[in-house]
Design a protein around this ligand. Structure first.
Ligand code: MCA
Ligand code: AMP
Length: 507
């Protein structure tokens, strides 16, 4: 039996052949039959370009229906899809290509020259382009290619995708996700969230992370539903489209922005049956304010790149503000003591661990990191601190990992600190997340200047420009004479968070 996820999708796509799969605001439509045909053409082009089963295909393109069809084409032929944040700089891309060694790099048309330089430096044999209007060299090649209507047979552990997540050491790790991981999670979510062919998903998330790519698109495909594909979150467009949608998935920033808008009313959301939130904590206040303004209780769920979705508030039953709900069917959780790894008594706080068919098989070419985080018994150490209440609802109460989540994007302080510390005028730095009214947490740098030198905020921010993706760059930089440390010499980031806590209060 083949585990190729596309086999499951294709069956549903054929059943729904004449129905719309993706529509854009510019009225570009793909029916499911169009999606089957174009993905077969793209699969033909990939084959012609030398991509074979198991080969990585790195993709850094703007959001478009064709980018999703490229993802489907990869699945068809057993290629491993490797989406990259459009905000990543050349330096960042260089690392990903050297590490993943893709057979092909697909980039934006405007970035073709730069991409070829990076490909040459990293030994990537082919570069093609994909634009937002069904344009670019890959689309041109696909039109002339022999279509591949077959679906490559794959085993249980064959990879569908590698998604890079930053690490505490500052080096990004490639999470290896199998066809089985993605298939099981999509099927579970379709059931849990009552997705059907009737649904129209308002899709305003980026498509290079788990949330916008797998949660949104795989669930839509499995249900045979349709998606309205928006380039990005734009409140004006969301309000115009809400009356024609049935589901929206978003990060908390979507919801905090919507509740500040007078246009958020029960009437404008009357057609919607479900609002989902994830990727970062949704505060109980935001949950309650949204409910007061619309009558809808946002369904908050919890996931990770490494595990897909694990825990969700119920579709039917109480969606409890400030909690992420109960484990999804097939997912096991345990809350453990951070030192001993033993389960803590119910109601106590500990490290959240997860096991299930949704959990990845390891980090790409990092066996030691994999062993540290993915235990022999199959449980994955999330790095999140949680407690389970008497009704079985999970509360994520904090993080044991040094991570900032800004507008749903993860930023590992180490990565930013390393770049700041390259500056001669800097002795050392500490990057922290502070409460931010729009992004939830605002990346903030606290810097100790080198004795006898002068350095200011502009110099530091100027240095980071072009070296780190925009969302990783601090919103503010502060200067101190020394960093607070404990007796072990470890920087006490809690102290810094307290000291600068009011920074964005009026932002
Ligand atoms: C944009 N900027 C940001 C962010 N986004 N800065 C920090 N954090 C961000 N997330 C910068 C812009 O470059 C700009 O800088 C300034 O902030 C204002 O931009 P604005 O136009 O307001 O932002 P936007 O374009 O509206 O984007 C905000 C956003 C977006 C809608 C929240 O970041 C977004 O779509 N986030 C979703 C992320 C996501 O999908 N995460 C899922 C990861 P300047 O003005 O200086 O140029 S998957 C995951 O976490 C797991 C698996 C899970 O559970 O889902
Ligand atoms: P990523 O590495 O991008 O997959 O992000 C995963 C991390 O996002 C988790 O380890 C959590 O810290 C955080 N996260 C995701 N969903 C939620 C949620 N609903 N509440 C709190 N944190 C969340």
């Amino acid at each position: 039996m083949s585990h190729n996820l596309f086999k499951t999708f294709a069956k549903r796509m054929r059943e729904r052949a004449t129905a719309n799969f993706i529509t854009t605001r510019e009225e570009r439509n793909y029916t499911y039959q169009d999606a089957l045909d174009t993905s077969a053409q793209l699969a033909g082009a990939l084959t012609q370009l030398g991509v074979k089963s198991g080969d990585r295909v790195a993709v850094q393109v703007d959001k478009s229906p064709e980018a999703i069809l490229l993802y489907l084409a990869c699945l068809r032929i057993g290629g491993v899809y490797l989406p990259l944040n459009t905000g990543y700089t050349s330096d960042e891309i260089c690392y990903f290509l050297s590490d993943a060694e893709p057979a092909l790099f697909v980039c934006r048309p405007a970035a073709a020259d730069e991409a070829r330089t990076i490909a040459a430096q990293t030994g990537c044999p082919a570069v093609e382009t994909l634009g937002t209007n069904a344009d670019g060299s890959l689309m041109e090649k696909s039109q002339r290619a022999e279509p591949r209507n077959d679906i490559v047979a794959l085993g249980e552990r064959d990879l569908a995708a590698i998604l890079y997540t930053s690490g505490t050491t500052g080096r990004s790790k490639g999470a290896m996700l199998t066809h089985r991981n993605l298939a099981s999670n999509a099927a579970t979510l379709v059931e849990a969230w009552h997705f059907s062919a009737e649904d129209r998903l308002i899709h305003a998330l980026p498509i290079f992370h788990t949330h916008g790519l797998f949660v949104a698109c795989n669930v839509t495909l499995m249900a045979g539903a349709s998606m309205l594909f928006l380039a990005k979150f734009d409140a004006d467009i969301i309000f115009a489209e809400l009356p024609r949608g049935s589901v929206m998935m978003g990060v908390p920033t979507f919801y905090t922005r919507l509740i500040q808008d007078k246009r958020l009313t029960p009437e404008v959301t009357a057609q919607m049956r479900l609002f989902v939130s994830g990727s970062a904590p949704l505060t109980a206040e935001t949950h309650e304010a949204f409910k007061a303004k619309t009558g809808h209780a946002i369904l908050e769920r919890y996931g990770m790149t490494e595990t897909n979705m694990n825990i969700s508030n119920p579709y039917e039953g109480e969606r409890r503000a400030g909690t992420v709900g109960t484990p999804l069917p097939g997912v096991e959780i345990r809350i453990t003591d951070r030192q001993t790894g033993k389960a803590v008594p119910q109601g106590e706080i500990g490290m959240l661990q997860i096991r299930g068919p949704n959990v990845f098989i390891g980090y790409w070419r990092m066996p030691e990191k994999t062993r540290e985080e993915l235990l022999e018994d199959g449980f994955f150490i999330t790095g999140d601190l949680a407690t389970v209440d008497e009704q079985g609802y999970v509360h994520i109460v904090g993080r044991d990992k040094d991570l900032v989540i800004s507008g749903g994007y993860n930023v590992y302080p180490k990565e930013v600190e390393q770049v700041i510390d390259e500056l001669e005028q800097v002795a050392e730095s500490a990057v922290i997340g502070l409460p931010h009214p729009d992004f939830g947490e605002g990346v903030t740098a606290v810097v100790v200047p080198q004795r006898g030198t002068h350095v200011d905020e502009t110099t530091i921010l100027g240095y980071l420009e072009g070296r780190l993706a925009k969302y990783k760059q601090p919103k503010r930089v502060f200067f101190v004479d020394s960093l607070p440390r404990n007796t072990m010499g470890k920087v006490q980031k809690n102290e810094l968070r307290k000291r600068f806590s009011g920074t964005y209060q009026t932002a």
